[in-house]
Ligand binder design. Structure first.
Ligand SMILES: [Zn+2]
Length: 265
């Protein structure tokens, strides 16, 4: 399954390259978009999955902390010695600092998901810095990872990530559980257990609504994948294991666009 996904990515990159050569961005006036474009455009700032020799997966949660769901998730993770990464919203971190301390004490990683979860156009260094401060105050730890709300990336997002010294962490396209739509426990389980590969970054949500399905699905997923020999590590751990990709495809050079001016607060 893993080789098939790599092949799929290679084919997509090939198509993207061919498309680029047929329709150069500067000539067509319509630059490439999508994860391939941004991964290359961001020069290593944006990560969607990690090439690793270990049977490791990074489970991530957005939009928390939540006093009930996050704690249920922490218990489920404990039962399988699983480490996860929580991209927290700063204003909830201020409200529930004890939940952040519980995450950190159990060895989980805390990432930045902005202070108020703003729309993309409102994303500014202040939003990131305020969330960093909330994490630092609660746990004494400096967050090095950033996930933009909605996972959307623009030049503004890249600029803000660079300014605030964070690495942008997205998620692997075929293990997006869409649990926030409450699709049913079985659907969430199937997305992950049918598509998980080593180095994947799985997306869940522990806040922003009713997350009972997420909690129930997570217990089943952890049991199934543990049986298959997977271990669950933080995103930073996965990044430390990164190896050179097994194939190399020449990358289209995106048009150079100037950095935007610092947004006004
Ligand atoms: Zn979010």
């Amino acid at each position: 399954m893993y080789a098939r996904k790599r092949l799929g990515v290679a084919i997509l990159m090939g198509i993207a390259l061919a498309t680029y050569q047929l329709f150069p961005a500067s000539a067509a006036g319509k630059p490439l978009r999508g994860s391939l474009y941004w991964e290359k455009r961001s020069k290593g700032l944006a990560v969607y999955s990690v090439e690793t020799n270990q049977k490791h997966i990074a489970i991530t949660f957005d939009d928390g902390p939540h006093p009930t769901y996050t704690r249920d998730i922490l218990s489920a993770l404990d039962a399988y010695h699983a480490k996860a990464t929580f991209f927290v919203v700063g204003e909830y971190a201020v409200q529930f600092p004890q939940v952040l301390r519980e995450m950190a004490n159990k060895g989980h990683e805390l990432g930045n998901h902005t202070f108020t979860h703003p729309q993309l156009t409102a994303m500014s260094p202040i939003e990131i810095q305020k969330c960093d401060q909330a994490i630092l105050k609660a746990t004494g730890k400096q967050a090095s990872l950033l996930r933009p709300p909605g996972g959307r990336i623009t030049d503004q997002t890249l600029w803000v990530a660079r300014q605030t010294k964070h690495r942008l962490i997205l998620w692997t396209w075929d293990v997006d559980t869409k649990d926030w739509t409450e699709p049913g426990i079985q659907k969430i389980v199937n997305v992950v257990v049918h598509h998980a590969d080593p180095g994947d970054i799985v997306l869940f949500h522990d806040g922003g609504g009713n997350r009972q399905q997420t909690v129930e699905a997570l217990r089943i997923i952890l049991a199934r994948l543990t049986k298959e020999g997977y271990q669950f590590v933080t995103v930073s751990q996965l990044l430390r294991e990164q190896v050179k990709p097994p194939f190399s495809v020449p990358c289209p050079q995106p048009p150079i666009t100037p950095e935007p001016n610092p947004p006004k607060e």
